[in-house]
Write a protein that binds this ligand. Structure first.
Ligand SMILES: Cc1ncc(COP(=O)(O)O)c(C=O)c1O
Length: 482
């Protein structure tokens, strides 16, 4: 957003884009929503879009595309091998990230699959600032384990630390010392750390990680899926970076890592993914798996139309107005919720607005899935679909015990350039109402529980008839309003 001063003195994020194509939304009545969420087993992943008003489940693959992206899709060169589209994408990646070799993949987790199959073996330890669900699952599937070496403040819900996604350098050094570099196939840094509230890492932290990796002879892998938000935070929060352009910061970040992979459902605002590196040996090893798992080397499971859109989307990510939009809307929403005393993760991060479900529903035990219950309750009273990011998103231990998540969050994602200010005001209003009525919200229990990534399609039941009571209170307060 450009700095525009309002006469009223109020500060609002001002959109630097306008709507050219729109999609109609429906806000179905609360009785219908009660049926829909029950049918979905209280799992917002299982709701049908026709029953959802504001889809804040994720930003993945649902960021609004620009006119430039849509028009680029028309020039896609549709061929199995040697497509011009691929060479355009490869050359954009070489230009922005200064990486010579590029391997396409159909989405972020496909890159993780390839990286883990090549590098992770039984007994491997992969240090990282924080795990992402699919990353951890692939590491574990290949017999390795994740070691999270986040800074102490990473898990403090409210904090002033501008870079809660930083890695603890001393802990990284101690881990390498303790296990030996041989056990560590690579160090993974996640930009815009997804599961702890979209919190960024600093450029300085990355320089320090690079130094440690160089000393130990370790590869540094950057998960750049949420790089756009992280770029914004480095530019606006980090000492000495305000004068740098987004392009310069991008280049510095990519020069610090050996391998960079990304979900283009997020970075580049289309649908796809890829891995890039300057290390030929690494490239050759990874390359083996692309035709086997994804598709030929010049499309990797992606549609060429999406590839064209990604190429343009990556270039557009160098525009400050573009990378600002999500974080500034999130910041606005967090500020408004704080005024109403709703417990939220601070400082405001990227990706979405994160509500602290443990503090919102302190009367629930963590094994009653407070974040899942809050996601279900919020859908019920607003038609807003959020995502559980807490204990439900974890996997049980081998002995069947719950893995209690570090943080119990409800994530309300802010896909880029999708929502308007009145959508945000509506969301704040309904969340604040729910907070006033939080005592009515009860817990959930699994009735169908998949073993892996259970949050995607597991089904849950309410532990009491709390939803009926919540609906009754809603009708009392809002009457006929949906
Ligand atoms: C940090 C991070 N890494 C990896 C992934 C996986 O990407 P995809 O959903 O494209 O498979 C995601 C998706 O949300 C992510 O946020």
């Amino acid at each position: 957003m450009t700095d525009v001063k309002l006469y009223s003195g109020e500060s609002i994020p001002l959109e630097m884009h306008k709507a050219k194509i729109i999609q109609k939304l429906n806000l179905v009545p609360i009785d219908h929503r009660l049926e829909a969420i029950s049918e979905a087993g209280n799992n917002t992943f299982l709701l049908k879009n026709r029953d959802v008003f504001l889809d804040m489940l994720t930003d993945s693959g649902v960021n609004a595309m620009s006119d430039q992206q849509l028009s680029a899709m028309m020039i896609a060169d549709d061929s199995y091998a040697g497509s011009e589209t691929f060479y355009r994408m490869e050359s954009k990646i070489q230009e922005l990230f200064n990486k010579k070799f590029f391997l396409p993949a159909h989405q972020g987790r496909a890159c993780e699959n390839i990286l883990c199959q090549v590098f992770v073996t039984p007994g491997s330890i992969v240090p990282m600032n924080y795990h992402f669900t699919t990353t951890k699952a692939h590491i574990v599937l290949n017999g390795g384990r994740v070691e999270e070496i986040f800074i102490d403040e990473a898990l403090q819900v409210t904090s002033n630390n501008p870079f809660k996604g930083n890695m603890d350098i001393e802990k990284l050094e101690a881990l390498i010392e303790q296990h030996g570099a041989d056990k560590i196939p690579f160090v993974r840094l996640e930009a815009g750390t997804n599961l702890i509230g979209g919190q960024p890492h600093s450029l300085e932290n990355m320089r320090q990680i690079r130094r440690v990796c160089d000393q130990a002879g370790l590869l540094l892998v950057l998960d750049a899926s949420l790089l756009a938000d992280n770029l914004h935070f480095i530019k606006t929060r980090e000492e000495g970076c305000r004068e740098k352009s987004i392009r310069e910061i991008t280049r510095e970040i990519s020069d610090l890592c050996d391998i960079m992979y990304f979900s283009a459902r997020k970075l580049g605002c289309a649908r796809g993914g890829g891995i890039c590196t300057n290390n030929e040996e690494v490239y050759l090893k990874l390359r083996e798996l692309v035709p086997l798992l994804e598709g030929f080397l010049t499309y990797g499971g992606m549609s060429v139309r999406e590839m064209e859109a990604i190429t343009v989307g990556l270039e557009e990510t160098m525009d400050e107005d573009m990378v600002n939009q999500g974080p500034q809307f999130i910041d606005f929403m967090i500020t408004e919720l704080q005024k109403k005393e709703v417990p939220v993760v601070t400082p405001a991060g990227g990706l979405g607005c994160h509500i602290d479900a443990s503090a919102f529903l302190p009367h629930l035990d963590r094994t009653e899935y407070p974040s899942g219950a809050l996601a279900s309750a919020l859908y019920l009273v607003s038609g807003i679909r959020g995502m559980e990011r807490g204990t439900m998103s974890e996997q049980r231990e081998e002995n069947g015990e719950e893995t209690i998540a570090h943080m119990e969050l409800l994530r309300l994602a802010m896909p880029r350039r999708v929502f308007t200010m009145s959508h945000i005001k509506y969301a704040v209003d309904r969340i604040a109402w729910l907070y006033q009525n939080r005592d009515l919200v009860g817990g959930l229990t699994f009735v169908e529980e998949p073993k892996i990534l259970r949050f995607f399609f597991g089904k849950l039941a309410t532990t009491s008839d709390w939803q009926t009571k919540l609906v009754a209170k809603f009708k009392e307060d809002f009457g006929e309003s949906p």
